[in-house]
Design a protein around this ligand. Structure first.
Ligand code: IPE
Ligand code: IPE
Ligand code: MG
Length: 226
């Protein structure tokens, strides 16, 4: 963890489209720039002592975007998948996908293989792809029903979510000036701190991460106590 106790940081990587629009470029160009920021930020988070990074890359609702944009994002993901093993091995990153892999067809097996291959490495990277917080809770409850449970506890749900391998996020950062959760980590955010940045995701950098960590250090967490 960082000196001020930050273990798990989660990013809602928002603002790619507006970044591109501001430059007169197609939205897709924003996603390309955003993917580069993602790699830079992950690495930097690891270097300051953060042990778990979650990034919201594609929501269950993002499928309603124009087909052209969805395929551009999927193409970027396929490119990332091709280089991810090498990247994770080199940077000591253990990757986990949050969300159902079913829509990814031929890539699903490769995603699972990547999780297996990197599972004992250092920094945990959760890639939320086809992820929705509501979908995750429903998926968890259905899993418990399939196991024969008639009644569930909070711990049952926590340990059946896609994030069962890691602690809840200490800090959730949303870039791109919007101030909403957009179906991200709904169960896990119960006691997370929130940080909203006006910076569009492609412009986010190491300095911005430092600001997040510093701000986290100023927060007083009470968890309902005094
Ligand atoms: C976030 O950027 C990336 C995804 C949701 C895939 P956006 O594409 O939402 O960018 P804006 O919000 O339109 O600027
Ligand atoms: C949230 O951003 C999802 C991701 C960053 C992947 P959106 O751009 O989809 O959220 P809304 O539509 O502004 O709520
Ligand atoms: Mg957006």
């Amino acid at each position: 963890m960082t000196e001020n106790g930050l273990e798990h940081i989660a990013f809602i990587m928002d603002g790619n489209g507006r970044w591109a629009k501001n430059r007169g470029l197609p939205r897709q160009a924003g996603h390309v720039a955003g993917a580069a920021t993602f790699k830079k930020v992950i690495e930097y988070c690891g270097s300051v002592g953060i042990t778990c990074v979650t990034v919201y890359a594609f929501s269950t609702e993002n499928w309603k975007r124009p087909a052209e944009e969805v395929s551009a994002i999927m193409k970027l993901f396929a490119e990332y998948l091709a280089e991810a093993e090498k990247f994770c091995m080199k940077k000591n990153i253990s990757i986990h996908f949050l969300g159902s892999k079913a829509p990814f067809g031929e890539y699903a097996a490769r995603m699972t293989a990547l999780e297996e291959k990197t599972k004992d490495l250092g920094l945990t990277l959760n890639l939320a792809l086809n992820y929705g917080g509501r979908d995750d809770i429903v998926h968890a409850v259905n899993k418990l029903i399939a196991e024969g449970k008639k009644e569930v506890t909070e711990d049952d749900i926590t340990s059946s979510l896609y994030t069962s391998h890691c602690p809840p996020p200490d800090l959730i950062v949303r870039t791109g000036a919007e101030k909403r959760i957009s179906n991200f980590l709904l169960w896990e955010c119960a006691y997370s701190e929130f940080y909203f940045s006006d910076v569009l995701w492609p412009d986010f950098d190491e300095k911005q991460v430092d600001l997040c960590v510093e701000e986290f250090g100023r927060r007083k967490r009470r968890y309902g106590g005094v």
